[in-house]
Design a protein around this ligand. Structure first.
Ligand code: ADP
Ligand code: MG
Length: 705
């Protein structure tokens, strides 16, 4: 696949007129290395500096550009103050503006302000009585009518970098656009362009950097023009083409083993379960089983809200692999979660003849050796573990299936290492925090997707309350009533820094307070991440059995804890948690059929984003809505570590804002590749070059698998 064009890296930006090595270094801070990068650094907003108003017409409070003649200028003390100000009086035939600068190095004495010289100003107008002022306006000399890059037109405003003025940016873009106008045309095949009614690529770049014609600054600033759409579409199309090809490449080689459809063990499992599968679980299991029996390696993302029963579906996959003589691995992000999975699965699967082993960093060496032997000789059919699983000394006899839980904490690299342990095993990634479709198509664009969109029957949404210190007495009274009814409660304290003594101290103090003063008649236990796995296991066992009624814990319980009798959760300092984390934490209750409650304890007067997060939590239990909101608040870059996912950096598209265009791009990419897998056709040459340039070096990572 990688064609020779893949080596192309564009025209280095320092070869552009007016840009030397020093400015090139500054541009690099904006991610600009080549002329092509620079053209895709689009203005963040636009200013209308067309100088259409006379001084008399300038409106108070509005930004405006105006032309006039310098009458006088002087440096003076501001009345009643020791601050100096430079003031220039500028007038046209209709009136006078006083332009003022407090930072004015270089202005006094400049020929610009010689009486009689003509200047243009841009700034916010301030009218007070008869006076008209502008504070810190931009200023430029004009000889009447000529237009420059900075005045007399709609002027782009670029992302700021210290040391690089807007003037330099504008000048550079002007040069680049005129060079591009003479360059080669468009990489979209003309029929596609016509069908989607997209303007030309070069024309779009020109319009966005040097707007002309009837367009307004407001339209341009909205990022909704056809020219924006064109560039966003291009970027997302190239992204999707690359993703789909990457998937095809990963599937090029068949698995080194064969899985045949058998219903024996899975049917047996269904018989011993005290409940029946939801129809969503059945549907998803069908999709996974189809992948497993196919000769091509499975690469599937399984999404399902907390408590939707993903682990059970994974168990069925382990059994199918087992029946076909293959081993499986289940990788979890934390020890607690791995231990939890191990406990659930080994109990269940041992009844069906499948032996499970736990592999974590903190297991004793003796057990580890025995496990290693079991994995190598095939006696162990399922290894459950943390990152320790991907260490090189863990060897399988025949790894056929790798399941990764809570993918967002793993990078592509780990995924690949795990895959290398087998003969191209099937890979299933499970995530409990639903991913909005736009992100799923990107971060997981080279995965097939299954969704469990239904909770087991009888589950009720967890009632959620925002509380402050004043509500504590009432909250504790309500919890006592639950405890008296045989229910259990969880109290979570934030742990900002895994190693901080202060945070741990807070948990310890809270534990003492609750045990001694608040719930003296109930057993209260403390759980935190710095306990040994043996200690943790003991505490968890006590809480599961009901020996402990109240569990005080740091965020180690975030994922995985599954105790149906826990019906109340108190989250202390809820304002410090992110949305996805709050959703996970709340998911620790409401796992049985009893109604559950969640108290979000916060400091009074929480504002801003934290407030938005808390209100979202109180108003919905829909994981997809929460994930969308999380994306909106945090921005796509931070979301689920998409940065790690080995994708080209997006320069113009925004996965949230441009979801609609993304879906269109995905569709068109699928269509194009369906007819021309390698983009070999002449009309796809330009596209192929664009894909190779943008995905340069990113296939190697994937190809390693
Ligand atoms: P997830 O991993 O999606 O958060 P789990 O697989 O841990 O969910 O399941 C949550 C709880 O629901 C477990 O106690 C599990 O036994 C139970 N469960 C799973 N599937 C069903 C079902 N179809 N009906 C009733 N309970 C179920
Ligand atoms: Mg789970």
């Amino acid at each position: 696949m990688p064609a020779p064009e893949a080596e192309e890296s564009g025209t280095p930006v320092e070869t552009v007129k007016g840009i030397g090595p020093a400015r090139a270094r500054l541009l690099e801070r904006l991610g600009i290395r080549s002329a092509e990068d620079a053209l895709l650094c689009l203005p963040r907003r636009y200013e209308d500096r067309r100088c259409r108003l006379s001084v008399k017409e300038l409106e108070d409070g509005a930004p405006a550009a105006v032309r006039g003649e310098v009458v006088s200028s002087r440096t003076a003390f501001l009345s009643g103050s020791r601050r100096k100000v430079f003031e220039a009086v500028i007038s046209d035939s209709t009136g006078t503006v006083r332009a003022r600068w407090f930072r004015f190095r270089g202005l006094p004495g400049s020929p610009l302000f010689r009486p009689g010289s003509r200047v243009a100003l841009y700034g916010t107008v301030c009218r007070a009585g008869k006076e008209c002022h502008m504070l810190h306006p931009e200023v430029e000399g004009t000889d009447g009518e000529t237009e420059t890059a900075n005045f007399g037109r709609i002027v782009p405003v670029y992302p700021a970098v210290e040391g690089l003025s807007q003037r330099v940016m504008r000048k550079m873009m002007e040069g680049l656009v005129s060079a591009a106008l003479t360059g080669e045309g468009d990489f979209l095949p003309p029929p596609l362009r016509r069908r989607l009614k997209l303007p030309g690529r070069v024309k779009s770049l020109a319009m966005l950097h040097l707007p002309s014609g009837g367009v307004t600054a407001a339209d341009l600033s909205s990022w909704k023009t056809p020219w924006h759409r064109r560039l966003v579409f291009d970027e997302l199309l190239v992204l999707q083409l690359g993703l789909i090809r990457r998937l095809a490449m990963e599937r090029l080689l068949p698995k080194s083993f064969r899985i045949r459809r058998r219903e024996g063990k899975v049917a047996e499992l269904k018989r011993i379960l005290p409940f029946s599968l939801t129809s969503a679980q059945e549907k998803v299991w069908g999709e996974i089983a189809d992948d497993m029996v196919s000769p091509r390696p499975m690469q599937r993302l399984l999404q399902g809200d907390v408590g939707s029963g993903k682990t059970l579906v994974a168990a069925m996959a382990f059994l199918l692999a087992f029946e076909n003589g293959c081993q499986s691995a289940l990788m979890a992000p934390t020890e607690i979660l791995a231990e939890q999975h191990y406990r659930t699965l080994s109990g269940l699967l041992s009844r069906l003849g499948l032996r499970t082993a736990l592999i974590t960093g903190s297991r004793g060496a003796g057990g580890r050796e025995e496990t290693a032997r079991g994995l190598l000789n095939g006696e162990v059919g399922l290894a459950v573990g943390t990152h320790a699983l991907i260490q090189s000394r863990v060897r399988f006899r025949k790894l056929g299936l790798a399941v990764i839980d809570e993918q967002h904490r793993f990078g592509v690299r780990q995924r690949i290492t795990l895959r290398e342990k087998g003969g191209r095993p099937d890979v299933l990634v499970m995530t409990a925090t639903p991913i909005p479709r736009s992100l799923a198509l990107t971060a997981f664009g080279d995965f097939d997707c299954s969704v469990i969109d239904e909770l087991p029957p009888g589950r009720r949404p967890v009632e959620t309350f925002l509380c402050t210190a004043g509500d504590r007495t009432r909250v504790y009274d309500e919890i006592r009533a639950d405890l008296a009814g045989g229910k259990r409660a969880i109290v979570v304290l934030p742990l900002i820094d895994e190693s901080s003594r202060a945070d741990l101290g807070a948990a310890t103090v809270m534990h003492g307070h609750l045990a001694g003063k608040v719930f003296p008649e109930w057993p209260v236990a403390l759980l935190h991440g710095r306990m040994s796995s043996g200690e943790r296991e003991e505490v968890m066992a006590g809480f599961r059995s009901g020996e402990t009624s109240v569990l005080v814990t740091t965020t180690v319980v975030e994922v995985g804890m599954d105790v149906p009798e826990a019906t109340v959760i108190v989250i202390e300092h809820a304002e410090r948690f992110g949305l996805a984390q709050l959703h996970q934490l709340r998911g620790r209750v409401g796992r049985g059929s009893d109604p559950s409650r969640c108290y979000l304890m916060t400091v009074p007067d929480v504002a801003g984003e934290a407030r938005r997060r808390l209100e979202t939590m109180a108003s919905t239990s829909d994981g997809f809505r929460i994930a969308e909101e999380d994306l909106r608040i945090r921005g796509p870059g931070e979301f689920f570590g998409t940065r790690q996912a080995g994708l080209p950096r997006l320069k113009v598209a925004d996965l949230l804002r441009d979801q609609e265009i993304l879906l269109r791009a995905r569709l068109e990419a699928e269509r194009i590749l369906a007819g021309d897998t390698n983009l070999d056709q002449v009309r796809h040459r330009g596209l192929r070059r664009a894909v190779n340039a943008s995905w340069k070096g990113k296939y190697c990572l994937a190809a390693a698998g």
